[in-house]
Ligand binder design. Structure first.
Ligand code: ASP
Length: 454
């Protein structure tokens, strides 16, 4: 007989079913024993005699039985299957479970996160996290659908590549075939997506994994997902319009309310004046279950940071505002750019820009940022060369997918919407990386570990 999903037993009253799943709870009344059986789709009550008493919580079982309607006095409104139960005819143990290290039936928020992540495969059994993973799946499908409807093509770009600067440290991967040389994992697919515009793709997207080796502040991960977008023959407002449409479609398809449509637009100056930062929360009542999106535009091209006199506010490929190009030499910090950010409920959820396509201006920006001609050639020569073969005007954006899903799910931490996140000290869930490797592996790579940084 074919398997029935637990949620579907309600349609099978009077029929025989085969169910598989985990024992979710147990009530032993001696002659009559109740077990709740859980699969991904839901929970249903099983009824039987003493033979059911030998099963423990979280055992995996196969069940054959008949679906019957419960006596109305025993309807359980908390279960979607609460009006029925399954009279067990045969139950077989597939795999037994030890006592779990923690409770998986509640929210889990009271449990130490290190322990939750060590046993993440158990933590993920809890209904809250199952819902989050399903929501994440839905959001992925919706972005793909609405982007495709707008004519975007999903194109993958390499993960083993050359550094592309987004203001963080690179993760490096040593090359065995070229000892002493390294790949860098992408901080973003920025240069590749621009090259795809040179290639004539016109509308590109990718749900891209980005890798940034930076200090793990409260809600950062070393690797994270971006909905990465690039378009040709556009100006800033074209990008904002299509991105706003897609974000709205995805949020509303997931049942979320948007605070203000169209999204308000504030200049960087206005935002700084009003909120003293470039991300802000427009909601009057922060407890409302709404998404207050807003655009920030007219960013400065450069900023002064604690460690650097001049740094790109976004990245070095962002186009200066045409009216301000004359200021590049005299007063670079006064130059405005074509950068835009998307903020939501006090967080930055996206950032992008119209790009430089004039190789001379691009070179000039690199020089202002302190790169020597030699460095420019080595690091970015490929891009400058590409721009000499017919480049369309283009621009794009990257949306922080993990953060957006956490908003859709009403979760505060992005770790609650990532299946296997790293913990606060950067160690991976369950697998406990980074770890040491065999001396033979290091030898093959021509690498000697000289000591551990204190
Ligand atoms: N590459 C940028 C980022 O990762 C986004 C963009 O400019 O499209 O923030």
């Amino acid at each position: 007989m074919k398997r029935t999903w637990v949620k579907d037993v309600v349609e099978k009253v009077g029929k025989k079913v085969v169910l598989f799943g985990w024992i979710n709870s147990k009530r032993d009344h001696g002659e009559v024993v109740f077990l709740d059986l859980r699969d991904r789709s839901g929970v249903v009550q099983l009824v039987g005699g003493k033979e059911l008493a030998e099963f423990s919580l979280e055992d995996v079982v196969a069940v054959e039985g008949k679906v019957t309607t419960r006596d109305p006095r025993f309807f359980n409104p908390r279960l979607a299957t609460g009006k029925v139960e399954v009279q067990v005819e045969k139950i077989t143990l597939i795999s037994s479970a030890k006592t779990l290290p923690f409770d998986i039936y509640g929210s889990g928020k009271e449990i130490n996160e290190e322990v939750r992540l060590k046993y993440r495969y158990l933590d993920l059994r809890r209904p809250r996290l199952q819902r989050n993973l399903y929501l994440r799946h839905q959001a992925l499908q919706l972005f793909r659908r609405f982007l495709t409807e707008e004519g975007f093509w999903e194109i993958e770009t390499p993960n083993l590549s050359k550094s592309t600067p987004e203001g963080a440290r690179d993760f490096l991967v040593p090359s065995r075939l070229h000892p002493g040389k390294f790949y860098a994992l992408p901080q973003s697919p920025q240069q590749y997506k621009q090259l795809l515009m040179v290639a004539g793709i016109e509308r590109y997207f990718q749900i891209a994994t980005c890798f940034r080796d930076e200090d793990l502040r409260a809600d950062r991960q070393f690797e994270f997902k971006q909905v990465d977008i690039e378009m040709s023959f556009v100006e800033r407002d074209d990008v904002l319009e299509v991105v706003e449409k897609i974000v709205t479609q995805v949020a509303e398809a997931l049942g979320k309310k948007i605070y203000q449509k169209p999204f308000p637009r504030l200049t960087y100056q206005e935002a700084m004046k009003k909120f003293h930062q470039d991300k802000f929360d427009l909601r009057e009542n922060k407890k409302e279950d709404v998404l207050a999106f807003a655009w920030v535009i007219d960013f400065p091209l450069f900023e002064k940071t604690e460690t650097r006199e001049i740094n790109p506010m976004h990245h070095p490929f962002t186009a200066p505002h045409p009216e301000d190009i004359k200021l590049l030499d005299k007063d670079p910090l006064a130059v405005r750019s074509w950068q835009y950010d998307l903020v939501c409920n006090g967080e930055e959820v996206g950032g992008g820009s119209i790009r430089i396509t004039d190789p001379k201006i691009q070179e000039k920006i690199f020089r202002i940022l302190g790169h020597s001609p030699q460095e420019i050639k080595e690091k970015f020569g490929h891009l400058l060369e590409a721009f000499e073969y017919g480049v369309p005007p283009h621009g794009g954006i990257a949306l922080g997918f993990d953060r957006l899903v956490s908003f859709f799910a009403g979760e505060e931490s992005i770790r609650e919407v990532i299946a296997f996140p790293v913990n606060a000290s950067g160690r991976t869930a369950v697998m406990d990386a980074p770890s040491e490797v065999a001396p033979s592996q290091l030898e093959e790579l021509g690498i000697r570990v000289v000591g551990k940084k204190k």
